[in-house]
Design a protein around this ligand. Structure first.
Ligand code: TYM
Length: 335
């Protein structure tokens, strides 16, 4: 008798706040595609998270469509994965309310991202920014995801999601799966090219600090040429060499070479050669994403077909979870 083993479930999301960065790509998205056959994968453009900071509505709409096209261009196949836009599945927001009643004020106050963003947007420290991690927990728990592929900066939010799930289970009986983070060994934290002690971020004011995955080859090489390094001349991974360590991690992530191989490759050569090599490797690696995106963004009807089907599938998967949660907390059946 043949036995079918149920595939494990993966959930991850990305905010549509502009073109994805090399950090988003290496730390998260590029790891999503290869998981599609082995797992039941669900990927979302999380537009509801994006409005926790002020957005221009027309721009958000355009960014969301572009982010969806980019998701597909990065190798997410809407036939093999569920790929959808978060606001198209209202079950996330509904579950978020229930989970917020199992989340403590104190734990939300300790979230690094909340502290950083409330300082940065001090004129708009809204409740959504504060409860953002609860919605993120709902995204994950609605699907009872086993694994969540993310960069290192989202680890704290994932730990909170586990705590919320655990608390709910304690109150109402075992129900939610405790999700595990899936963080890549190399590239989990891609740093700014201008200040390698800070993470690469699309909101950096210095345009040379961040590589966008749709930047053309010349721009990518130019930004790498200007990357801040140190006053030594040896390409090797060592504490204190933040700039070079970052470039080595990026080069390793796109070429698959180990740090020892990279050190050997550039022995006796200066940082100048190394920076150009990193720029070229990154640009070549991203070329298929750029061409794929250019085609996809022209085909709005196809994109719509994909995200509508994705939302339908996502809704179906989560409605059952939500009904069970409603029963567990003691709500009267609607029908
Ligand atoms: P977001 O949109 O800021 O980033 C998307 C993914 O990219 C990773 N990332 C990085 N990785 C390495 N180096 C960097 N410099 C870098 N910058 C960003 C992030 O870790 C993330 O994995 N809250 C999430 C979105 C979200 C989500 C979810 C993720 C909402 N719901 C549920 C997983 C599961 C966020 O703002 O990611």
């Amino acid at each position: 008798m043949s036995e079918t083993i149920a595939k494990k479930t993966i959930f991850s999301g990305i905010q549509p706040t502009g073109t994805f960065t090399l950090g988003n790509y290496i730390g998260a998205i590029r790891n999503w595609g290869p998981l599609q056959d082995e797992y039941n994968c669900i990927y979302s453009i999380v537009d509801m998270h994006a409005i926790t900071v002020r957005q221009e509505p027309a721009k958000l709409r355009q960014n969301t469509l572009e982010a969806y096209a980019l998701l597909l261009a990065c190798g997410i196949d809407p036939k093999r994965s569920t790929a959808f836009i978060q606001s198209h599945n209202p079950n996330h927001a509904e579950l978020s309310w229930i989970l917020s009643c199992s989340t403590q004020f104190g734990e939300l106050s300790r979230m690094t991202q909340f502290k950083v963003k409330s300082e940065k947007h001090s004129d708009d420290v809204n409740a959504g920014l504060f409860t953002y991690p609860v919605l993120m927990a709902a995204d994950i728990l609605a699907y009872n995801a086993d694994l969540v592929p993310i960069g290192a900066d989202q680890k704290q939010h994932l730990e909170l999601a586990r705590n919320i799930a655990g608390r709910f289970n304690q109150k109402y009986g075992e129900f939610f799966t405790l999700p595990e983070p899936y963080i890549p060994k190399t590239g989990a934290r891609v740093m700014s090219l201008q200040d390698p002690t800070k993470k690469m971020s699309k909101s950096d004011e210095n345009p040379n600090a961040c590589i966008f995955i749709l930047d053309d080859k010349d721009t990518i090489i130019r930004k790498f040429k200007r990357a801040v390094t140190d006053s030594e001349a040896e390409v090797c991974y060592r504490e204190g060499k933040d700039g070079i360590n970052n470039l080595m991690s990026i080069y390793s992530a796109v070429t698959g070479k180990s740090f020892d191989e990279i050190t050997a490759e550039f022995a006796g050569k200066g940082y100048g050669d190394f920076k150009i090599a990193v720029g070229e490797a990154v640009a070549d690696h991203l070329e298929p994403v750029r061409t794929g995106f250019a085609k996809l963004i022209e085909d709005k009807a196809y994109l719509k077909e994909c995200y509508t089907a994705g939302a339908e599938a996502a809704f179906k998967m989560t409605r059952k979870t939500l009904s069970k949660v409603y029963r567990k907390v003691g709500f009267v059946d609607a029908r």
